[in-house]
Design a protein around this ligand. Structure first.
Ligand SMILES: *Cc1c(COP(=O)(O)O)cnc(C)c1O
Length: 228
């Protein structure tokens, strides 16, 4: 299948995916995950109307951001964050989905260039409580959210997760429901979060059914990845 047909099929799936009743009108934004893909592939998808792209690796992303700087693209950092990369991320990205500790949030806050808008961020939650995986545990989420919310150069927008793989739709949904409940809990405590970044190629319908506002899709748009 061509890139164009794959992309259109994903857009259609998002359009048709049932929303939770309370959020029926929710717009779901598509983040095209372009890690390992060329600048030319990104340009082709942009020509079909896509503006938001997700990247995991800083150096690779910076090369593409530079090559494509004449286009009005929105860049989302979704990979794990090392302290020594925060300056580049703060300078070149519009969103960061993968904050899971205060130290990284503080560095991004301090390093966000003054001439740019505050950085939109999500906290990554280790929602399946997998050992050795990135993300904050639910018990520690309220405290981290309060602390990050205080940082003036960041705008805390919501939560992100990469759950443990599940093949059954109901099982996928149950995990995403925990994310929705966590977001509602934080808002009841006085935060004002509007973003649930959840759902990838294998589980986006389940994520949308539980209120995802952003889905991050790589494989179903670009085809299988081959790592160099
Ligand atoms: C690679 C990646 C995706 C996209 O995954 P696909 O299964 O290819 O759609 C989404 N989110 C994160 C954080 C990723 O690293």
């Amino acid at each position: 299948m061509s890139l164009e047909l794959r992309y259109q099929a994903v857009v259609e799936r998002i359009k048709k995916a049932p929303r939770p009743t309370k959020f029926n009108t929710n717009r779901v934004r598509l983040i095209a995950v372009s890690k390992t893909r060329s600048a030319d592939d990104i340009r082709s998808i942009h020509e079909l109307g896509q503006t938001a792209f997700g990247e995991n690796y800083v150096q690779e992303a910076l090369d593409k951001i530079r090559q494509l700087r004449s286009l009005p693209l929105e860049w989302h950092f979704i990979g794990s964050i090392q302290s020594n990369k925060t300056r580049e991320i703060a300078a070149h990205f519009d969103w960061v989905h993968s904050i899971d500790r205060l130290k990284i949030a503080r560095r991004l806050n301090d390093q966000r260039p003054a001439q740019r808008e505050p950085l939109d961020v999500c906290l990554e939650v280790n929602i399946s409580e997998q050992a050795g995986k990135s993300g904050v545990l639910l018990q520690q989420l309220p405290q981290l959210a309060e602390q990050v919310d205080q940082l003036p150069r960041l705008r805390l927008r919501g939560l992100m997760a990469i759950p443990q793989k599940a093949t059954e739709f109901d099982e996928q949904r149950a995990i995403f429901r925990r994310m929705r409940e966590a977001l509602l809990d934080l808002n009841r405590q006085g935060l004002d979060l509007d973003t649930l970044s959840m759902g990838m190629s294998g589980d986006m319908e389940a994520a949308i059914a539980e209120g995802a506002t952003m889905v991050r899709i790589g494989t179903d748009i670009f085809g299988p990845r081959t790592y160099p």
